[in-house]
Unconditional design. Structure first.
Length: 392
């Protein structure tokens, strides 16, 4: 199936089943599909923790589970299947000076990404490269000079030092990737971008086309980090209107989270759901109303202190006495329900992500590039494992 056919088939499936994935169970007691499919809702709510984790960690198993209830969903399996680029395994592992300051998982991701990039025949531009770990590795493995771009001057300085120590031909430019000037660096270069967020990778795509970049290898990330409140597809056939909350859906995947991170994630969600109830009770605010992200460091507070701090930030007066244990228990109960009802929403997580990737791939193809879409590693290394590779 070519890119356009798959793009349209996914779009059609997403449109037909929008009532399952557009409403977020976090914001409502029960999404409407629960009324239409009460048995499915009851079955989801009865799953134990291990089953919820297993389904959440495996998109194929999740679609399989949903297709038992709604056979039409089985079509999604073929639509999310992508080739995995297998590492030839003959490259030297990153070690010594090259690996300095690279955290373990990042090192494995950089390694897998570098192995996925085929022949590099032009000078390299690393887009939003942070300390330039990927660029440093590519500089050591090719005979091409590397320019790494990032807007954080400290990261650029640290990257320069790491490059010097590793004796590689890599330099840094401190620039804002969202400004038109930044894209001038793309002319005649081979652009690489590991985990570039929403607007940053969209600026890369548009800039690469405008500047006729020779090649581009990209793994997109954080699709919801955009200035626009509603996503504008890059292709005229694209009709999905996606809000920022919906763009968040593809990255709700926590495949690489350990037990401690999962515990903290569950606590954060339970406390936020409890706060939504408190806010409704004390200020009459609807549960659909969102609030700014809550700093993760606040989770070390007691539940009461956390609620009071957030209420103060949100301008909500809290009485001196309140039944905090009952409110926390309510939050925990809601969190269990939200995790289970969200499984149905998560069925569409990978299909939506692949539709977004196809939107990018098609855009490049239409600008004259030969484009491949694949996975550059297994999702246990990073669930953001899509790889868009384009050559002029
Ligand atoms: C998710 S990190 C990816 C870093 C690197 N590619 C990696 O995988 O380690 C995003 C990087 O984008 C940089 N960044 C964010 N906004 C930017 C902007 N407007 N212009 C340039 N760089 C930006 C950040 O400083 C950060 O280093």
């Amino acid at each position: 199936m070519d890119f356009l056919a798959r793009y349209l088939a996914l779009q059609d499936a997403l449109n037909r089943h929008a009532s399952f994935w557009r409403p977020a169970p976090f914001h409502m007691a029960r999404p409407d599909w629960c009324v239409q499919y009460p048995d499915w809702a009851a079955q989801a709510l009865a799953l134990n923790d291990a089953e919820v984790e297993r389904l959440n960690a495996d998109n194929v198993a999740l679609i399989d589970w949903a297709a038992h209830r709604l056979p039409a969903l089985a079509e999604l399996q073929a639509l999310i299947e992508l080739p995995r680029i297998e590492s030839p395994g003959d490259a030297e592992p990153v070690s010594g000076q090259l690996a300095w300051a690279m955290p373990g998982r990042k090192q494995a991701q950089v390694e897998a990404f570098a192995e996925a990039v085929d022949a590099i025949e032009n000078p390299i531009l690393e887009w939003c490269g942070g300390k330039g770990h990927l660029g440093r590795l590519l500089a050591s493995r090719t005979n091409q000079p590397v320019l790494s771009l990032d807007y954080d001057a400290t990261l650029c300085r640290e990257g320069e030092l790491l490059a010097e120590r590793a004796h590689v031909d890599q330099h840094f430019v401190c620039a804002d990737a969202l400004q038109p000037d930044a894209t001038h660096h793309l002319a005649g270069r081979h652009a690489v971008a590991l985990h570039a967020c929403g607007d940053l990778h969209l600026a890369l795509l548009r800039g690469a086309v405008r500047q006729h970049a020779a090649a581009l290898d990209l793994s997109p990330c954080c699709y919801y980090r955009t200035v626009d409140a509603v996503y504008r597809p890059l292709n005229p056939e694209g009709t999905l209107q996606l809000t920022r909350d919906e763009l968040h859906l593809p990255v709700t995947d926590t495949a690489t989270a350990g037990a401690r991170d999962r515990r903290l994630r569950d606590r954060a969600m339970a406390w936020k759901l409890a706060f939504v109830r408190l806010r409704e009770e004390l200020a009459g605010l609807s549960s659909a109303r969102t609030f700014k992200p809550v700093p993760a460091s606040w989770l070390s507070l007691s539940f009461e202190a956390w609620c009071r701090k957030l209420a103060a930030r949100e301008g909500i007066a809290v009485p001196a006495h309140y039944d905090w244990p009952a409110l926390e228990a309510f939050g925990r109960q809601r969190q269990r329900e939200v995790m289970r009802l969200s499984l149905v929403r998560h069925v569409f997580r990978r299909p939506l992500e692949i539709w977004l990737a196809l939107d990018r791939a098609l855009f490049l193809e239409r600008a004259g590039y030969r484009v491949r879409l694949a996975e550059f590693c297994g999702r246990e290394l990073t669930p953001r494992n899509l790889f868009i590779s384009a050559r002029l």
